[in-house]
Design a protein around this ligand. Structure first.
Ligand SMILES: Cc1cc2nc3c(=O)[nH]c(=O)nc-3n(C[C@H](O)[C@H](O)[C@H](O)COP(=O)(O)O)c2cc1C
Length: 178
């Protein structure tokens, strides 16, 4: 057997290629596996959505979550001061992720939330009122206070190493331990 196990550590990539530093910064960040979400909201003129993997839970009391939105997106300016929903995607919703990442396909099914519009059939959602916005370099960190949420069972859509993958639903949740 001369094939290496996939998990075997190799030499650090950034030190043995001549690609720009920003390329390796992205590559290093990409090693952090995340879920995939879509932030939906009613903008000034139309309903909007943007795919993100920068979703983070922030606070239990008050219940706060954050997303980091690039300044050069259409969503960026319009999201300021507006209610929004973070829709967490299930494993079978890759096309929905691409739809809101600049590769539009079939129009999605919407649900009129109490606080902000959301997408039908997602794995979980958090409807938020705007809480704060912080400068994050070429991004803005938008924090929302969660007004409503829910979830269903199912495998999660994940993003790692620049590609989509699946995180299977575990047999039992560990919510009680957290
Ligand atoms: C998996 C994935 C994760 C992404 N995460 C973010 C993110 O956290 N923040 C962000 O600003 N853009 C993120 N993007 C890029 C935006 O979805 C993309 O630029 C989008 O087309 C912007 O839409 P808009 O310009 O219509 O607002 C991500 C894209 C993908 C495919």
């Amino acid at each position: 057997m001369n094939s290496k196990p996939r998990s075997q550590a190799g030499p650090a990539v950034a030190s043995r290629t001549s690609a720009p530093r920003s390329h390796h910064f992205r590559g290093s960040l990409g090693r952090f596996a995340t879920g995939v979400a879509i932030v939906t909201f009613d903008g000034a003129t139309k309903r909007r959505g943007i795919t993100v993997n920068s979703f983070t839970s922030v606070s239990m009391e008050p219940p706060l979550v954050l997303v980091s939105i690039a300044r050069n997106t259409k969503a960026h300016d319009e999201l300021a001061g507006r209610p929004f929903t973070v829709n967490i995607l299930g494993a079978e919703q890759r096309q929905l992720a691409m739809h809101f990442a600049g590769r539009p396909g079939q129009d999605p099914a919407w649900v009129e939330g109490e606080t902000a519009p959301r997408l039908a059939g997602v794995l979980a959602y958090f409807e938020c009122t705007p809480w704060a916005a912080y400068d994050g370099g070429d991004h803005t960190l938008y924090l929302g206070e969660v007004a409503d949420f829910n979830y269903r069972n199912g495998d999660a859509l994940a993003f790692a190493n620049s590609g989509f993958t699946t995180i299977p639903e575990s047999q039992l949740g560990i919510e009680d331990l957290l």
